[in-house]
Design a protein around this ligand. Sequence first.
Ligand code: SF4
Ligand code: F3S
Ligand code: FES
Length: 239
Amino acid sequence: MKIHLKIKRFNPEKDSKPWWGEYEVDVEPTDRVLDALHQVKWFQDGTFNLRRSCAHGVCGSDAVRINGQNKLACKVLMQDVVKKDGDTITVEPILGLKVIKDLIVDMEPFFAHYRSVMPFFVNDEPAPADGRERLQSIVDRERYDQGTKCILCAACTTSCPSFWSNDEYVGPASIVQAHRFIFDSRDRAAAERLEVLNQQMGVWRCRTAFNCTNACPREIPITQLIGEVKQALATGEIK
Ligand code: SF4
Ligand code: F3S
Ligand code: FES
């Protein structure tokens, strides 16, 4: 199948504004969009830049906008976005983060929000005397399972209208990460994380738009997790 690929290009050293690069690419229906981007990079225009690492939906580095929706380029099959010869696919950088070049955005503001919620295990109590792990029940482990699936791709945060209107908003990805530790029965820093999320740019800026949940390649029920954090703040109880 020969398809028409439109890629939003921008080199801040040369371009005054972004422009559309247009390419004809031969693909199989079962190729991924990432394969088509590689064809452009490797065989048509070596100046085109994209970010990717694992190519298998694990590392989270290739979130882009495909036909207007945030996706991982390595997970979307051609047959899901084009049907016949001559069909067009558009690929753009994710929104709300500064473009460094072509599809590569500056992820640092995203990771600054991530760090702000203390996304690590905190427990200063002595480890069990028998030298074993801090045990927890299957039910306790299940309570925070969804957040452990997050690969920090930013597809959620950069599809959120609240984040687009104010990039100081901590964003859904950081709330998912906070949730993962707040609801971990072994952790002891829930109160500190909830305090961060109770600030003006915290969880209350979520307007339940659901874009984040729809964009997540790991199918994490993000809006539900955000609701659980709001509930914990409103009631003072972590359940
Ligand atoms: Fe990506 Fe989903 Fe994690 Fe958001 S919650 S960063 S969309 S994996
Ligand atoms: Fe944004 Fe998701 Fe809330 S898209 S407004 S964080 S439900
Ligand atoms: Fe790693 Fe797509 S390249 S998730």
